[in-house]
Design a protein. Structure first.
Lengths: 120, 292
């Protein structure tokens, strides 16, 4: 087998692996409010990300049922916090998904997501 | 493992490719300097070529290392737009990654001076090699407890890997001559490899045990599966190294025909590229959960 064949096979293997399913799991040991899968009232005004160690949360976005993605504002990205509180926009009934990113105290990039519903 | 790869975003894919490029160039730069010192039978032409390779690899390594910062900023931001966001760049720059990139770049600059071939450039380049190895201990899992032990093991692992990857070009180059100097060069590398490859494997295994606990239990995690893939290619690489030492080097001495040894080195290079790509992928995507 020639070198080119080996490199092509390696590239194909990575490509095939890229086409498989499932999702990344990060931020284990953390809690959120609302919790993942929870149904909340339309009067919910804030969300929380809670960690065992202080985290720098750099970006939090929320995908809403109207198809738009909202940026959620909270403590500054360069500030490490154990509990991050973000102000939610006015919620309409439907399914929401929150995505967050940040950095752990030892410098690891972290990300995670959770979903919740707003009752009619 | 496939699931982890499928969930990768464009920013993460770019980060993995840049990291793999950084591994190749940085290890090649450091390893070329180590082999310039170790392989004393290199002739003037081979020495000059190796110095040039070290310098060019160092320059490419600085570019790849520096790219880590805007890419990390882009990850924090959630898209490539973050690569230019001042707040995200500041967070990336003042993180352990930033410190590591600064140390790495300084070390690579020192290595690049070897192209000048003055009396002071070899010690400076050697300091650069040490700095580059230390830079790997300033980021990621090397900064976890027990920090001193992990940092030391990572430095050993990086130096030994550099030695190996940096040996491919001078061996390939010298083997072509098929003369006595070529045989002595390959034999000398083989003797050093017995110690350094041993250190590479032992340091890797101890790092695995410290980070993951029970190495068998982690095989059920995506991290363990990436690691298994890496170890399978490492096993292939060790097999080729054994073949080189026990069969192909004596054959070169007997026949003066460099063909089989050079072909084997090409395979080793391919295996090393796969190992570095797999390492860049799993160190960028999944962390081990400590078991046991």
């Amino acid at each position: 087998m020639k070198l080119r064949t080996i490199l092509t096979s390696a590239a194909l293997s990575v490509g095939m692996a890229l086409s498989a399913g499932a999702a990344l799991a990060h931020g284990k040991g953390m809690m959120t409010m609302p919790g993942n899968g929870q149904t909340v009232g339309a009067d919910t005004k804030v969300m929380h990300l809670m960690f065992t160690d202080p985290m720098q949360i750099t970006t939090v976005t929320m995908a809403a049922p109207d198809g738009k993605t909202y940026k959620i504002n909270g403590p500054a990205a360069n500030q490490a916090v154990k509990t991050w509180e973000g102000k939610l926009p006015k919620l309409a009934p439907g399914a929401y998904k929150i995505d967050w990113r940040g950095m752990s105290p030892d410098g690891h990039p972290m990300n995670g997501s959770f979903a919740f519903k707003v009752a009619n | 493992m496939g699931g982890v790869l499928a969930a990768l975003e464009p920013v993460q894919i770019a980060s993995i490719l840049v990291k793999a490029g950084m591994y190749v160039s940085v290890l090649l730069a450091a390893g070329s300097v180590i082999n310039l010192w170790l392989l004393r039978e290199l002739d003037a032409v081979a020495s000059r070529r190796l110095r040039r390779l070290a310098a060019w690899s160092a320059i490419v390594g600085i570019v790849f290392s520096a790219l880590n910062i805007p890419l990390r900023a882009a990850f924090f931001y959630g898209g490539f737009g973050g690569a230019l966001d001042p707040m995200m760049l500041q967070i990336a720059l003042f993180s352990p990654l930033g410190l590591s990139v600064e140390a790495d770049s300084l070390g690579l600059l020192a290595i690049a001076t070897i192209a000048l071939n003055r009396s002071w450039t070899r010690p400076v380049a050697f300091l650069g090699v040490v700095l580059v190895a230390i830079s790997f201990a300033l980021r990621g899992h090397a900064t976890e407890d027990p920090r001193l032990a992990l940092a030391t093991l990572f430095v050993i692992h990086i130096l030994a890997a550099s030695f190996w990857i940096g040996g491919f070009y001078p061996l390939y180059d010298m083997a072509e001559r098929g003369n006595e100097a070529a045989v002595r060069t390959v034999e000398r590398f083989g003797q050093a490899a017995l110690v350094l490859v041993g250190l590479l494997v032992v340091a890797g295994v101890v790092i695995l045990v410290i980070l993951a606990g029970d190495p068998i239990a982690v095989l059920t995690q995506p991290w363990g599966q990436f690691l298994t893939l890496k170890l399978a290619v490492v096993a292939l690489l060790l097999g080729l190294a054994g073949l080189n030492k026990l069969r192909l080097t004596p054959a070169l001495a007997e026949t003066g025909n460099p063909g089989p040894l050079r072909a084997s080195i090409r395979w080793e290079v391919a295996a090393f590229l796969v190992i570095l790509l797999v390492t860049a992928t799993f160190t960028s995507t999944v962390a081990p959960e400590h078991v046991g």
